[in-house]
Design a protein around this ligand. Structure first.
Ligand code: PLP
Length: 389
């Protein structure tokens, strides 16, 4: 591969050096963390140290971190009917925003008949009036409300703390999918008012296939673990721990936490420069969610008339890796449920491409995108309109 610009950090972030080094060092630890001998205890120490770093990133107690195989599993584990806190009644109804990640939209283990949608506004923020109205209608029935902290496609940040206050006032519990937010903006479980919080290592610069569901306190009880068997993760997630993955997760969480303010400032500056240039080059381009608070690293934009898959391939040929708002695993571009929920017309939504950067994204990479986008995407647009390139 020649020189490339990787601008798809929301899909996955490159592995941080700290995570790579920590995992390389852990490779020689042979023990099973459940074994009582010295080898086992050495492995146990590694995962408990990592747990502390993950806990520090979100302001939680290490005891309340349930390590999983990633954000998807953590979300499914959170969405368990019968979830309760201490002696309080169990959550038997799930309310979720229409822009959640598919792993939340699937409803976890709630029956379809127990799931309800909460709409979002045109800028991609959950409709808090509709939510509070619905909470009032439900009376004291203790719903579980699942709301992401930031959307993976638009980067739009949700008013989680205000929502949590309203939900708690009605006796419900709040699950927050913070997979895209963690490491990009402050993500403190207590300031957010979240009862359960999901994060994923590979979005922070850790390895793929490891994440965590974090509980705000020990009184929270998930009645039915997804994986039952051995007593790992305090009986909440069975299976011999992914020691290497957890070590990489811990190191990436620590590095992300230490660099948070600096990374956010760098990404905001780069992203704002990119958007200003796009607006200069093509005033007709649409930047989704631009009028809402957003993550510092995400731009979702469309050039009217140009399909995302055409743009993606053309940009890839120029050495620039971006994604459509909603690539399915088949690699085909489907209509984004997020943009549909925001009321974006289908023709425009099908043109959405997501540029997501990281703290080490360089000015040259941004330039590469702008050059490629001007040449290829603007070129196609001009050709479509019958203008000379
Ligand atoms: N939630 C959000 C908002 C995401 O963006 C993703 C991944 O893209 C997930 C959950 C799933 O996380 P994982 O890939 O670790 O299963």
């Amino acid at each position: 591969m020649g020189i490339r610009a990787y601008l798809d950090w929301n899909a996955t972030a490159p592995l941080r050096g700290e995570a790579r080094d920590a995992m390389a060092a852990a490779m020689d630890v042979v023990g099973n963390p459940s074994s009582v001998h010295a080898e086992g205890r050495a492995a146990r120490r590694l995962i408990e140290d990592a747990r502390e770093h993950v806990a520090a990133l979100v302001g939680a107690s290490p005891r309340n971190i349930i390590v999983t195989s990633g954000g998807t599993e953590a979300n499914v584990l959170a969405l368990t009917p019968g979830l309760h806190q201490g002696e309080s009644g169990a959550c038997e109804r799930l309310l979720m925003s229409t822009i959640e990640h598919p792993s939340v939209r699937s409803g976890g283990r709630f029956l379809v008949s127990a799931q309800e949608d909460i709409p979002v506004t045109g800028v991609g923020v959950v409709d808090t009036d509709r939510l509070t109205h619905r909470l009032a209608e439900l009376g004291g029935s203790r719903p579980l409300v699942s709301l992401m902290l930031a959307n993976n496609e638009t980067g739009v940040i949700q008013p989680v703390a205000a929502v949590a206050e309203a939900v708690h006032a009605h006796g419900g519990l709040v699950h927050v999918d913070a997979v895209q937010a963690a490491g990009k903006i402050a993500c403190d479980i207590n300031s957010l008012g979240a009862d359960l919080l999901t994060i994923s290592a590979h979005k922070l610069g850790g390895p793929k296939g490891v994440g965590a569901l974090i509980l705000a306190n020990e009184a929270l009880h998930i009645p039915d673990p997804v994986l039952k068997g051995g007593g790992q993760e305090s009986g909440r997630r069975a299976g011999t721990e992914n020691v290497l993955g957890i070590v990489g997760f811990g190191a990436s969480a620590q590095a992300a936490h230490d660099a948070l303010a600096d990374s956010a400032a760098r990404m905001t500056a780069a992203r704002d420069r990119l958007e200003a240039r796009v607006r200069e080059i093509a005033p007709e381009a649409v930047i989704f969610g631009a009028n809402a608070p957003r993550l510092p690293n995400t731009t979702l934009l469309a050039m009217p008339g140009i399909r995302a898959e055409t743009a993606l391939i053309a940009l890839d040929l120029e050495g620039v890796a971006v994604s459509s708002g909603s690539a399915c695993s088949s690699g085909k571009v489907a209509r984004s449920h997020v943009l549909a929920a925001m009321g974006v017309p289908p023709e425009l939504a099908l043109g959405a491409i997501r540029v997501s950067i990281g703290p080490i994204t360089t000015d040259d990479e941004i330039e590469m995108f702008l050059k490629a986008w001007t040449k290829r995407v603007m070129g196609l647009s001009r050709a479509k309109r019958g203008l000379a390139a």
